[in-house]
Design a protein around this ligand. Structure first.
Ligand code: SF4
Ligand code: SF4
Ligand code: SF4
Length: 365
């Protein structure tokens, strides 16, 4: 049985292949290698499903890209066929898929609805912000097509919310962004700091600092608190509030289990979480290996040991009960750093403190 480790796959059936060309695309360095002949083949797909279903009872697959719809409908038909074998043996499987939504058609929606896929969409707020950074290679913005996709998904009840990238293009406008989503009746949100993760060329002009991100999130928290609509779920804030109130539900960033999330590329190779670049030091093996071989892989052992040492270092932090050492990628300068970046910590602590004070004043504590 898995011990939390290597249990949640982020699967890239077409690696970084995408039909649009966002200015901050983190998969850009993967695109060159992601020609159509490198799509995940049926044998590897079956090995992916078998690898992750064999030793767990509840399994979450996260289908990701690039643009995962480019794998084609027949690919996902095979997914459900291979998963069906395990479901008939009593395994509970959930499929999440993250898409840019531009290729969504009624046919896709029908398939996803029939097979209980939950579909998350990337949208960077109103058209004037979104179209600055999420464009086709022609330079044309993708906003109109994304919204058409969201409408189709919402109509079928399988829309699982938005990931909104926060960059220099939009970080100054928390109120406009929040109000836009509410107006569009989009109530499940995650705000992700656009970051350079090593696959991309220089996108530094779009990357915001930890302080700018904390300011943005604090502003969102205030607007959210004021709105007081229990249906509006902001994933990061919800996790922090929940943990302060003594609950357990949390985002990966507050789980302290970064060895649980792995990326599976189209050749079946298993690497660390998708936030990291694809580097040898985080290659944990392949779905064609026995799980025991992957679990004892020396890179994985080193990574686990690193996480252990980082947590040990963070034990004395007042916010450890929420943060657990933070995101293994974002809070540290290098892969082998044990001490978190002071700039990141200062802003995380400021953010936690602000939320804690805010909910206290709301008499929730
Ligand atoms: S949709 Fe995702 S993979 Fe495609 S260009 Fe944009 S960031 Fe890159
Ligand atoms: S490295 Fe960051 S994004 Fe990846 S699983 Fe850990 S917390 Fe999540
Ligand atoms: S805020 Fe910084 S010191 Fe505190 S637990 Fe998080 S990473 Fe560690």
């Amino acid at each position: 049985m898995f011990c939390h480790s290597v249990s949640t796959p982020i699967v890239k059936p077409v690696n970084g292949l995408c039909n649009i060309s966002c200015s901050y695309c983190y998969a850009i360095g993967l695109k060159e290698h992601a020609v159509i002949r490198n799509r995940m083949c049926p044998e590897i797909l079956k090995a992916v499903i078998d690898f992750f279903c064999r030793d767990q009872d509840d399994i979450e697959f996260i289908w990701h890209g690039g643009e995962p719809l480019l794998a084609g409908l027949d690919f996902y038909r095979m997914v459900t066929e291979f998963q069906g074998v395990w479901e008939r043996r009593g395994k509970r499987i959930t499929n999440f898929l993250q898409t840019n939504a531009t290729l969504i058609t009624p046919q896709w929606v029908r398939f996803f609805a029939e097979n209980n896929f939950l579909i998350g969409v990337s949208l960077d707020g109103p058209k004037e912000f979104h179209d600055q950074v999420r464009c086709y290679s022609s330079g044309k913005g993708s906003y109109d097509n994304v919204m058409r996709g969201i409408d189709l998904l919402s109509g079928a009840g399988i829309f699982n919310g938005i990931i909104c990238g926060i960059s220099t293009a939009n970080y100054r406008f928390p109120k406009e962004i929040f109000n836009f989503f509410i107006e569009k009746k989009i109530k499940k949100l995650k705000f992700a700091r656009v970051k350079s993760i090593g696959h991309c060329d220089d996108i530094s002009s779009l990357v915001i600092s930890p302080a700018q991100y904390a300011d943005f999130m604090i502003a969102i928290f205030d607007i959210w608190l004021e709105l007081d609509d229990p249906e509006v779920e902001i994933r990061d804030i919800q996790s922090v509030v929940n943990l302060i109130l003594g609950g357990n539900k949390r985002e990966c960033i507050y789980m302290g289990q970064c060895d649980q999330f792995v990326t599976v590329y189209s050749d079946g190779s298993i690497y660390g979480c998708d936030s990291f670049p694809k580097i040898d030091a985080l290659r944990f093996g392949s779905v064609l290996d026995e799980s025991s071989i992957v679990q004892s892989n020396s890179h994985l052992q080193n990574f686990r040991e690193l996480l252990r040492r980082r947590k040990e270092h963070c034990q004395t932090c007042d916010w450890y009960f929420i943060c657990k050492g933070g995101c293994a990628k974002d809070c540290y300068e290098q892969l082998d750093s044990v001490e978190p970046l002071s700039e990141v910590c200062e802003n995380l602590k400021r953010y936690f403190e602000y939320i804690s004070t805010g909910i206290k004043s709301y008499n929730l504590l």
